[in-house]
Design a protein around this ligand. Structure first.
Ligand code: CU
Length: 484
């Protein structure tokens, strides 16, 4: 089955975007081709939604296939991607709290892969971790139930041992939206899903991976592989439409292997309403939002611009790097999309509730175990990942505190499979509002503490850096949750 995604069109206004100016400098061989392309920016395009094949109530049954696919996403080129159901990003899995989910997955790639349901609380066998590879030509059925209280924005991507970064960069990533029928945000808000990714292309417009042993390979190893071309839902500099006065709800996913986005919208602030595991208790007014690899945010954009005006969504400079491998252009702001106001008269704004939901706090005082993890280059607690070694053992039902200390001069992100957590302290400062996270940025030479509960699902669970090059190089460990 193929999802019915419209054929992506070429997009990109080379002269109008800082991001693409950087691209033109770096990919000068393609500059003349780019100039020849149509200049009209692409309209915003949401990924298609996976078709539910089940007629049973509270059941979502879908088919998902990973296969090579030639797509024209990079302006002026037909590129071989690896795609879920033929599209990059893959089609969105839309479910509701309480749903039973059945995914019939087929691997039509020439390599083993898995589908990891990033952030979802599910049984070990359905986690799509490196313990359950799906061989080329083989199929696997993932089955899990969406728990109450977990409405939010998640994503799915491959997680085969040592090959996650390449497979995600080749195009294998898609969104998961878990809905809560009692969601406090008004249904009348128009909703936009923004899947962010970046990539690097060679002179032939094919996805470029550094030659092993080259200088670029060493930089990628250190920073994680970043690309100069920024995509939003597989498009370069798409145009999002808004009416003056309108409020939009954006779900943003950082599906990049390494890049951190520091999101800002010119002339606008954001109302930050949620993170990885759904809505906060209260909205927060912010000027910008930092989104490390693997993280998600929900935010509201208020249409405060005049009819006919435009604004630019950008990623501002953010220094997550070691000084010796900082990219030359790291101080540039990179354009991601244009927000264009319609010419119509302003519409009336919708009221946003002061209280979004209740997030039950996990109690650090009930923790029976405290674990400490140190992050250094490609290692957690000084060790590199080994499939046949259990690094940590936890008891089913236990509440624990994990302290994550980044000992080095670059940021790492920390992701725990299967069990969402709540950060309670950053560098000794308490974090009071409970927020469900499954991946958290640990800035250079900083420490954070989170509380987590292993309430069900015994098995072997990965914890790792979500800079995928680091993960693939061994910055990962295994937690076994045991039924005592
Ligand atoms: Cu890392």
């Amino acid at each position: 089955m193929r999802s019915h995604s419209p054929e992506p069109e070429r997009a990109g206004d080379c002269l109008g975007s800082a991001g693409l100016i950087a691209l033109c400098v770096l990919s000068c061989a393609l500059a003349s081709d780019l100039a020849a392309q149509e200049r009209a920016p692409g309209a915003f395009l949401a990924p298609s939604t996976l078709e539910n094949l089940s007629s049973e109530p509270n059941t979502v049954e879908v088919e998902l296939t990973a296969a090579p696919e030639r797509l024209s996403l990079f302006p002026g080129a037909q590129t071989e991607f690896w795609a879920y159901n033929g599209s990059v990003p893959g089609p969105t899995l839309e479910v509701s709290e309480g749903d039973r989910v059945i995914v019939h997955f087929r691997n039509e790639l020439a390599y083993p892969t898995t589908v990891h349901w990033h952030g979802i609380h599910l049984p070990f066998t359905a986690d799509g971790s490196p313990f359950h590879p799906v061989a080329p030509g083989e199929s696997f059925v993932y089955e899990f139930t969406i728990h109450p209280g977990t409405a939010g924005t998640y994503w799915y991507h491959p997680h085969p041992h040592h090959d996650t970064g390449r497979q995600v960069a080749k195009g294998l990533h898609g969104a998961i939206i878990v809905r809560d029928p009692g969601d406090a945000l008004p249904e009348s808000l128009s909703e936009r899903l923004l899947v962010l990714s970046d990539n690097r292309f060679d002179r032939d417009g094919q996805i470029d991976f550094a030659e092993p042993g080259s200088r670029q390979a060493r930089i990628d190893e250190e920073n994680g592989r970043e690309g100069e071309v920024l995509f939003l839902n597989g498009r370069v500099m798409p145009e999002l439409a808004i009416a003056s006065g309108e409020i939009q709800r954006w779900r943003v996913i950082n599906a990049s292997g390494a890049r951190t986005y520091r999101l800002a919208l010119s002339g606008h602030s954001f109302v930050h309403v949620g993170s990885d595991g759904g809505l906060f208790e209260h909205p927060r007014e912010v000027g910008e939002i930092l989104l490390a690899a693997g993280e998600r945010v929900e935010l509201l954009v208020r249409g405060e611009g005049d009819p006919g005006s435009t604004a630019v969504l950008r990623s501002l400079p953010y220094d997550r790097y070691l000084p010796q491998t900082r990219p030359a252009d790291w101080t540039d702001s990179l354009a991601l999309a244009t927000l264009r106001y319609s010419d119509e008269a302003p519409v009336d704004a919708v009221a946003i509730p002061e209280r979004l939901r209740s997030v039950p706090p996990l109690d650090p005082d009930s923790a029976t175990v405290e674990r400490r993890m140190t992050l250094t280059k490609n290692r957690i607690n000084g060790r590199m990942m080994q499939m046949d070694r259990i690094d940590e053992v936890a008891e089913l039902g236990a509440t624990e505190i994990w302290e994550i200390e980044n000992l080095v001069g670059m940021d790492h992100s920390f992701h725990l499979h299967g069990f969402p957590f709540q950060v309670v302290e950053r560098d000794g400062e308490p974090v009071n509002e409970p927020v469900w996270k499954d991946v958290v940025n640990v800035p250079k030479r900083s420490t954070l503490r989170f509380v987590v509960r292993f309430d069900r699902y015994p098995g072997k669970w990965m914890f790792h850096c979500h800079i995928l090059d680091h993960e693939d190089a061994g910055m990962m460990g295994v937690l076994e949750v045991r039924d005592p």
